[in-house]
Design a protein around this ligand. Sequence first.
Ligand SMILES: NC(=O)c1ccc[n+]([C@@H]2O[C@H](COP(=O)([O-])OP(=O)(O)OC[C@H]3O[C@@H](n4cnc5c(N)ncnc54)[C@H](OP(=O)(O)O)[C@@H]3O)[C@@H](O)[C@H]2O)c1
Length: 244
Amino acid sequence: MGKLDGKVAVITGATSGMALAGAKLFAQEGAYVFITGRRQDALDDAVQHIGRNVTGVLGDAANLDDLDRLFATVEQQKGAIDVLWASAGVGAQSKLGEITEEHFDAAFSLNARGTLFTVQKALPLFNDGGSIFMTGSNASLRGFPDWSVYAASKAVLPAFARVWVAELRDRRIRVNVLTPGQVSSPMMEEVMTDEMKAQFESVIPRRAMGRPEEIASVALFLASDDSSYVNGMELVADGGATVI
Ligand SMILES: NC(=O)c1ccc[n+]([C@@H]2O[C@H](COP(=O)([O-])OP(=O)(O)OC[C@H]3O[C@@H](n4cnc5c(N)ncnc54)[C@H](OP(=O)(O)O)[C@@H]3O)[C@@H](O)[C@H]2O)c1
C-alpha cells in the first residue's frame, strides 16, 4: 500500500530537481500527479521519466492566467486536489548596491506573488484534510552575502503559512514550508561555479550538498498522513547548515 494511494497532487515547477524527484516518488506511492513547467520539451521528458499517473501542464507559475488553466485542467481530469506542493521558484545573486528593479521583481513575482496565487487558486478544488506546502530556502535563515532579494522573497512563505493555517482550520487543511538547503539539482549544477560550490559545501556539516531525492522524501512526509500533526511549520532540510 502506498502512502498517497488515491490522492491527487499538484506540483509546480516539477520538470527538474527536487520537485521532479518528489513527483516521481508521489506517483510511486499511489498519487495521481499534475506537474508544471514553462518548457514543453522538459515537461514531456519529465512525464516520460515519471512514467504513469501523471499529467504535464505547461505554464508559468507567476502568470495568473496559466494558473487558471492549470487548475481548470485538474478540475476537468480529477475534480479535486489533496496535495499541493508550490515549488516553482527562482534564485539569483545580486549584491546590495547593484540590485535592479528587474532582479527584485523577478524574485518576488514568482517566489512570493506566484506562490500566493498558486495556493489561492487551488483552494476551491481542495478536499478537506489536504496538505499544502511551499518550497522555501535556508537562504532566508542565514546571512549569505549577495542573496538578500532571494532570501527575502522566500522569507514571506512561513508568514503566509502561519496565517493560512488559521484561515483554513475549519477545513483541516495543513500548510507548511519545506525549506531546503544547498541541493545539487541539475539546474544548480549548470549555474554553479567551482567557487560557489566550495562556498556552499563549506557551510554543510557533511561537506556535501543535498540530493533531490533527499528532499523528495521530506516532501512525501509533508504530503502524507505521516505528518498529520505538523502544521504551520517550516521544516528545514539542509544537512545542518543553518544550525552551525
Ligand atoms: N537547489 C537548491 O539548492 C535550492 C535550495 C533552496 C531552495 N530551492 C528552491 O527549490 C525550488 C526548486 O529548485 P531546484 O533547484 O530543485 O529546481 P531546478 O532544478 O532549478 O528546476 C526548477 C524547476 O522549476 C521550473 N520553473 C522555473 N520557473 C518556473 C515558473 N515561473 N513557472 C513554472 N515552473 C518554473 C523549471 O522548469 P522551466 O524552466 O521549464 O519552467 C524546473 O522544472 C525552487 O523554489 C528553489 O528556489 C533550491
